[in-house]
Structure formats: C-alpha cells, structure tokens
Design a protein around this ligand. Structure first.
Ligand SMILES: Cc1ncc(COP(=O)(O)O)c(C=O)c1O
Length: 374
C-alpha cells in the first residue's frame, strides 16, 4: 500500500527477503490469487471455547471476572439513554479521549467494536498480498482468507524474534502483534518499524500493549501514514462482552476501512466505555495493573521453569510454555477444574504448547501442572 494509501495490485512474483539468519523462517502459502476463499477451521478457534463456568479459567486473557465498579456504574448511568441513537456528542467525546490518550490528531482515530472489528475491515483495503507474522492471533487470517485475500504466513522460529522474519517483497499488507499473542514476545519498536516498505501498510495489533508497563515498544502515537495500530479495551477493562477498541492510522486509510460500515457502528455504551477507559485516571489505573501483571508473570514464569518446562520469554498478560504431552496435560488439568489455552490452532506452535493467563491464582495452576508431571 502506498504512502498515499492506495493499495496497488500485487506484483505477480513473490521474492523472499530477510536478514542473513532467516534460513529457519518458513513462509507458508495459505491462499493464492484466484483460489476459492477457504478459511482454516482452527483459525476460528478462540480461548473462550476452552472455558466453562465451573473451571478456573486460564484460557482467556480478560484481566478480571467483572469490570471495575466505577466503570460499571458509569455504564449503568447511561442505560436510560439507550432509547435514542448513539449521539454525535458521545462519538466526539470518545474520539477526543482516544486522541488525547495517545497524543494523536482526532482524525487519526477510528472507534471500533473491539480490535477484532479492525481486522474484519482490512479486506476493504483490497490488499494484493497479506503477510501474517506467525505464530499470532488468528482473526486476521480468518477474515482475510474469507474475503479471498492472498495470504502468506511468515512463521518465526523460536525464540520468535521479528528480526528473523522473511517477508515477501510483494506483501502490501503486513500484520504483526505486539506483544504477540500467543507467544507473549514483545518486539522492539524498531523491528516493527523495519517492516515498513514503500507501497505497504503495516498493521500492528497492540491488543495487549496496555498490559506492558509504560508501553515502551508501542507505536500507537507515531502517526505514520503507512502504519495502522489496532488497540483493544476488552482485556484490561474486562469488557469483552461490550466490544470496544479503536484504530490509529492515517485519515485516508481509516476512511477506506470505514467506508462500508453502518451509520451507527458503535452503541452508546461502547462510546461511553471508550471515553471512560481512555481518560487519564483510567490510563493510570491500567498502568498500575500492568505493573502488577508483570510482577505476577515473573513469579509464574519462574515457577513453571522450576518444573523443568520451557517457557517462551515474553512480556504479556499470559505465559506460553511447552509440556511433554499437551493433550494429556489439558485433559488432566480440566479434570482438576482448570482451563488453559491449546496452542495447536496457532500456525507455528504445537499440541504441546499451552498458554495460560497471568492471574493471582497462578500457584493453583502450577501445582496442578506439577501434579500431572509427577
Ligand atoms: C492478539 C489479539 N488481538 C486482538 C484481539 C481482539 O480483541 P477484541 O476484539 O476483544 O478487542 C484479541 C482477542 O483475543 C487478541 O488476542
């Protein structure tokens, strides 16, 4: 995609480029031009399918069981307003709150029904070839494949560093998560920016960026014309059921993404939540929470390593590790009332990789894992 936001027709030959040590990187063809749209079924699997009301849920990364009291009260206050259509004033307030939170102009903000909606709008850009850095969140793959967009999975080998990525030259859309779900790897922002090329849009999924204290590698405030950042408010604020997030990008890119949306893409409660969660006090609360998550993560990682397990080095509100028999481990944990996230649905990981949310209850999980390993 050009810096003028026009996506050019993909060049017909894909040359693979990368740094000298990219030999281990594999590039999987997922879908080529002209092929029937076909979605890999596993790309539609999400962690919430592993949970159940009677299980201690480490499979989903939503921070708390309920949204904070102050946020629930604030949303409850707006219930009577649901008789009317979402107002321009509410939309303006939410856009202003996001813009101010990230220090970007208001025309660089697109409010979304969750970060996932941002992915679902990408086909509107009509990319010629999308390169997806894997392992990663599978929604981009699912929606782009369903729309018939040619795809390549650029599979990073352990330790999943971005500098090892061999991106096809002709990729005019590159999607990367930072920190990445499911590995938890936090890429240096320079590595993210190195993905930029003329005629290419780099999409950075920062759904978990607010769980990293001070967000040192975030590119959210950069306002580069060929960068689109997707942010989620559903994890940190325990609002997965409300669907709230936003995109930060060049106005022309945002306009193309939004062109075919309905007139009221977000409801009043969603707008109120975005305004509330981007206010300075909320951002401060999120930062404090990120420090706590980071502290718990260090303990949880050390305990899992203490069991002799390989834990992927990362900075995210979840931890991914490998066990000798992942299928058996999940089954035995479930029998002990614990759900963890299977990782064989992610391109580049195996049935023996498991992902667990960082929670204060981590000792229960580690004890249960130890029990299974005994
Ligand atoms: C890496 C990643 N990006 C984006 C999303 C989308 O989040 P939401 O649509 O709830 O904002 C998720 C949800 O699980 C995710 O894990």
């Amino acid at each position: 995609m050009g810096l003028n936001t026009s996506i050019r027709a993909a060049r017909s030959v894909d040359r693979i480029v990368g740094s000298a040590d990219t030999a281990a990187t594999t590039v999987h063809l997922v879908r080529d031009r002209g092929a029937e749209p076909q979605v890999r079924p596993a790309s539609r699997y999400h962690g919430d399918e592993a949970g159940a009301p009677d299980l201690l849920d480490f499979a989903v990364n939503v921070r708390h069981a309920v949204p904070p009291d102050w946020l629930r009260l604030r949303l409850a206050d707006r219930l009577t307003d649901l008789a009317g259509y979402p107002s321009a004033a509410d939309r303006t307030a939410a856009v202003a709150a996001v813009a101010s939170r990230h220090g970007v102009p208001e025309d660089h903000v697109l409010l979304l029904a969750g970060g996932s909606e941002g992915f679902s709008l990408l086909p509107a850009l009509q990319p010629g070839l999308a390169a997806l850095i894997a392992p990663s969140f599978t929604e981009p793959e699912a929606v782009l494949a369903a729309a018939g967009i040619p795809l390549r999975q650029v599979v990073l080998p352990p330790p999943f560093r971005l500098r090892d990525a061999a991106i096809p030259c002709s990729a005019d859309l590159v999607v990367v998560g930072n920190p990445t779900n499911p590995t938890g790897v936090l890429h240096p922002r320079d590595s993210v920016l190195d993905l930029r090329r003329p005629d290419r849009l780099v999409v950075v999924d920062e759904a978990f960026a607010d769980a990293v204290p001070e967000e040192p590698e975030s590119v959210a405030g950069l306002c580069l014309p060929d960068l689109l950042v997707l942010r989620s408010l559903t994890k940190t604020w325990s609002l997965a059921g409300l669907r709230v997030g936003y995109a930060l990008g060049a106005p022309a890119v945002l306009a193309r993404l939004a062109a075919a949306r309905p007139h009221w893409p977000l409801g009043t409660l969603q707008l109120e939540a975005i305004t509330a969660c981007c206010a300075p006090a909320a951002v401060e609360e999120a930062t404090a929470g990120a420090h706590e998550v980071s502290r718990l993560r260090t303990q949880m990682t050390a305990a899992l390593r203490g069991l002799g397990l390989v834990v992927i080095e990362g900075h995210a509100p979840f931890v991914t590790f490998a066990v000798p028999d992942g299928v058996l481990m999940r089954k035995r944990l479930q029998a002990q009332g614990i759900a963890v996230r299977r990782c064989d649905t992610f391109v580049g990981l195996t049935p023996d990789h498991l992902r667990a949310a960082v929670r204060p209850e981590w000792p229960v999980l580690v004890a249960a894992v130890a029990e299974v390993l005994r």
